[in-house]
Design a protein around this ligand. Structure first.
Ligand code: TYD
Ligand code: MG
Length: 492
C-alpha cells in the first residue's frame, strides 16, 4: 500500500522536492521550502478509494460570450493600462518601489469611483486611519465617500466587506501586511502572503468585487514574496519612476483582460498624481538642443506615439575593457548596434567607453530605437550635433540595413505635432511614404547615416588627431566627404 509521502514545495517558485532543503535549487531562494500535504493528493495511489467520474457537458467553440463587465475609473491613464477599467471579480497586483506613489494613486482611484457612486473600500495595513485621512486631505479628497479601515486580518476584512452591498473596488495596501488564520506562519512570510492572496482571490471571484493588492518590490525589482502570487492574480502592474524625476509610469506586466504594452504617464505634484495627456512634451521639455550625442526617438508605446531623447556619450577609455553602460534600453541591443557600427560602418569603438541613456527615466523596449541610438552614438563620437528638428526611428539589422517598423504614420504625426520638420527613418516601402507634413529622409543602410553625421563633425575638437585615411589599407570608401576624425576609418 502506498504511503502518503510528504512533498516539500518552494513558496517562491512552486518547485516540489522530496525532502526539506534550506535553499531552493530551482529559484535559489532561502527558507522558502515548506512541507505540504501528502503526495496522494495528486495521482491517487491504490490506497485511495476510486471515485467515479462525473459527466459534464462539453461546449461548442461558438456561442454566447459575455463581455467582461468593466468599470472605468475615470482616470484615463489608469484605464488605458488596465484595458478600459476594472473587471468584475478580478484581482490586480500593483508593485512599485516604496514612496513611488502607489498609495496616492489608489486613494485617488477609490475617491474617483466613490464620487461616481460605487462602493469603494480602502484597507490599509501599513498606515493608521489618521495618516490616510491626512493624505486624502492634502489631495482634496476628504469629501469622497470612501470607506476606510486599518486592518490586517483577511478573515475580518472579508466578514466586514460581506456586510451590506458588495463593494465594487477594494484596495489592500499592502498584501505583505495581511495574514490569514488558514496558515500558521507569521505575517509577512511567503506562506502567509500566498495564503492571504488565495483567500482574497476567492472572495473576489465569489462576490464580483474587484480587488487591487499593493505589493512591495525588493531591491532587484521583483514583487516581494512569492512569485506565485503573480501567477495567481489576473493582472500585474508596476508603478515606476526615477527618484529625481517627477513623472511616474504605470505599466502592465501581465493582464488577462487587456493589453500589456500600454503605459500610463503621471506627474507627482504637490496635489497628488496628475495625468499627463501628452507625454512627448514632458519627455522633451528639458532637451539639450545642439549638444552632440542626443537624438530624438519617435517611438510607440502600445497605441500611443511617444517622443523621447536618447543620449549617448562615447569617450576614450582608461580601462582595459571599455565600459558599456545603458539606462532605459536593452544592453543586448546596444551591443548589437555597436557591433553593426564596427563591422559595417567602419566606426571603431573598441577604445571607447560607451554610455547610453534614455532621458527622463523611461524604459524603451522597441527595436525601432536602434537607429536613434546609433545616431546618438555616432554624433557623440564625431562630436557632431544632430539637426534639432529631426526625429529618428528604424530597426537596424545585423547586415547594417535599416528595416521598416510598425506604425510609421503615427510616429510621423506625433513628430509633426511637436514641431519637428524631418524624420530620418527607413526607406518607405511599397505603399510609399505616408502622408506627413514633414520631410522624410529614407535611410537604406546605417553606413549612409554614419557618413552623413561624420561629415558634420568638428574635427580637431576631439582628442584623436585626424590621420590620413589612406594610411590604412583595405578600408572601403563609402563617401568622398571629409572624415570627422580617426575613429571613422572608411570615410575619406
Ligand atoms: P506614497 O503614495 O505614500 O508611496 P507608496 O505608497 O508607493 O510608498 O507616496 C509617497 C511620496 O509621494 C512621498 O515621497 C511624497 C510624495 N507625494 C507628493 O509629492 N505629493 C502628494 O500630494 C502626495 C500625497 C505624496
Ligand atoms: Mg504606501
Amino acid at each position: 500500500m502506498a504511503r502518503n509521502t510528504p512533498s516539500f514545495v518552494c513558496q517562491n517558485c512552486g518547485a516540489v522536492t522530496s525532502r526539506w532543503q534550506g535553499k531552493c535549487d530551482s529559484c535559489g531562494e532561502w527558507n522558502t521550502i515548506v512541507e505540504e500535504g501528502g503526495a496522494s493528493d495528486i495521482g491517487a495511489g491504490p490506497g485511495r478509494p476510486a471515485r467515479k467520474g462525473r459527466a459534464f457537458t462539453l461546449e461548442p467553440l461558438a456561442g454566447q460570450t459575455q463581455e467582461a463587465p468593466r468599470l472605468a475609473s475615470g482616470i484615463a491613464e489608469l484605464d488605458r493600462v488596465t484595458g478600459g477599467g476594472f473587471v468584475r471579480g478580478s484581482v490586480l497586483l500593483l508593485g512599485g518601489d516604496p514612496g513611488i506613489g502607489k498609495s496616492t494613486l489608489l486613494i485617488q482611484t477609490t475617491a474617483a469611483l466613490a464620487r461616481a457612486g460605487h462602493r469603494s473600500v480602502y484597507i490599509s495595513g501599513e498606515e493608521a486611519v489618521a495618516q490616510v485621512r491626512l493624505r486624502a486631505e492634502r489631495l482634496g479628497l476628504s469629501s469622497a465617500p470612501v470607506e476606510l479601515a486599518a486592518e490586517t486580518s483577511v478573515e475580518d476584512i472579508i466578514a466586514t466587506l460581506s456586510q451590506g452591498k458588495t463593494p465594487r473596488l477594494v484596495i489592500i495596501d499592502s498584501i505583505q501586511t495581511m495574514w490569514t488564520n488558514a496558515v500558521e506562519s507569521a505575517p509577512g512570510t511567503v506562506t502567509q502572503v500566498r495564503g492571504a492572496t488565495q483567500v482574497l482571490i476567492r472572495y473576489a471571484k465569489k462576490s464580483g468585487a474587484s480587488i487591487i493588492l499593493v505589493g512591495h518590490v525588493t531591491k532587484d525589482g521583483q514583487i516581494a514574496g512569492p512569485r506565485v502570487v503573480e501567477h495567481m492574480v489576473d493582472a500585474v502592474m508596476s508603478f515606476e519612476g526615477e527618484g529625481a524625476h517627477l513623472f511616474r509610469i504605470l505599466r502592465a506586466m501581465k493582464n488577462r483582460f487587456g493589453p500589456t504594452d500600454e503605459i500610463g504617464v503621471f506627474e507627482m505634484t504637490g496635489g497628488g498624481l496628475r495625468e499627463v495627456q501628452n507625454p512627448s512634451e514632458l519627455f522633451l521639455s528639458e532637451r539639450d538642443l545642439g549638444a552632440p550625442g542626443t537624438a530624438v526617438f519617435a517611438g510607440v508605446e502600445g497605441s500611443r506615439p511617444l517622443l523621447v531623447e536618447m543620449q549617448a556619450l562615447v569617450a576614450p577609455t582608461t580601462l582595459g575593457t571599455p565600459r558599456r553602460a545603458v539606462v532605459g534600453w536593452d544592453q543586448n541591443r546596444l551591443s548589437m548596434v555597436l557591433a553593426v557600427l564596427e563591422a559595417h560602418c567602419g566606426v571603431k569603438l573598441g577604445g571607447h567607453d560607451v554610455y547610453l541613456n534614455v532621458a527622463g527615466g523611461l524604459r524603451i523596449q522597441e527595436p525601432a530605437a536602434d537607429l536613434a541610438a546609433a545616431a546618438a552614438l555616432v554624433s557623440s563620437l564625431a562630436n557632431a550635433p544632430l539637426p534639432a528638428d529631426a526625429v529618428y526611428f528604424g530597426e537596424v539589422s545585423l547586415s547594417g540595413m535599416v528595416r521598416p517598423v510598425a506604425q510609421t504614420a503615427a510616429r510621423l504625426k506625433e513628430a509633426q505635432k511637436l514641431g519637428f520638420a524631418r524624420a530620418i527613418c527607413p526607406e518607405p516601402g511599397r505603399e510609399g511614404a505616408p502622408e506627413a507634413g514633414l520631410t522624410i529622409n529614407g535611410v537604406g543602410g546605417l553606413a549612409n547615416l554614419v557618413a552623413d553625421i561624420a561629415s558634420r563633425g568638428a574635427p580637431g575638437r576631439r582628442t584623436n588627431a585626424p590621420r590620413p585615411v589612406a594610411a590604412r589599407a583595405g578600408a572601403p570608401a563609402l563617401t568622398t566627404r571629409k572624415p570627422a576624425g580617426d575613429d571613422f576609418d572608411n570615410l575619406g
